[in-house]
Design a protein. Structure first.
Length: 175
């Protein structure tokens, strides 16, 4: 189902707040680009679920595939899950910046996350249960509220994001 794949790709944009400038904090250019991407993906997500009938909302193309409602729920849950993970990571001590922490790697990472040809199993906290949002309107309202939090963070953060990496080794000898 085309709309389902589009919804899943939109989830990739939520990972972008981890992308930052060479110095650690976002440059004005990166901040503007990220805001543009978040606003664009929000518009695309909302338009992809607007006007769906109840049958379209709940339709599953196969028993092992998610419905549009479930894909939407996954994206909504991922918005906060990823933002929360980034915030938790910022509480860890800084580490040396990885050699791959650059714009070229960021682009490749974004493309890789958006590539739906290699399926990945969603972490348990963002696996939909299918009943969280009864209608597209309910989902749109919740997604908008969560995306606004992400946008506010991107618009205001001065966090040194390049000095925090999931799985990176600390330089002080701790694991």
């Amino acid at each position: 189902m085309k709309v389902t794949n589009k919804l899943l790709v939109l989830c990739a944009v939520a990972t972008m707040p981890m992308l930052a400038a060479e110095s650690g904090a976002m440059s004005d250019f990166e901040r503007a680009f990220l805001i543009e991407q978040l606003e664009k993906s929000q518009k695309e997500f909302l338009s992809s679920i607007e006007g769906l009938t109840a049958a379209q909302w709940k339709f599953k193309p196969a028993p092992d595939r998610w419905s549009v409602a479930e894909c939407s729920e996954h994206i909504i849950l991922a918005e906060e899950f990823i933002r929360g993970g980034a915030q938790a990571l910022l509480k860890s001590p800084p580490v040396d910046r990885l050699a791959t922490a650059n714009a070229e790697h960021d682009k490749k990472l974004s493309e890789m996350v958006a590539d739906r040809s290699h399926k990945a199993k969603a972490p348990e906290p963002i696996v939909p249960n299918g009943g969280k949002f009864a209608t597209p309107e309910d989902a749109a309202k919740e997604f908008t509220a969560r995306r606004e939090k992400s946008l506010e963070y991107v618009k205001t953060t001065q966090d040194e994001l390049r000095s925090r990496h999931p799985g990176a080794r600390r330089t002080d000898g701790c694991l």
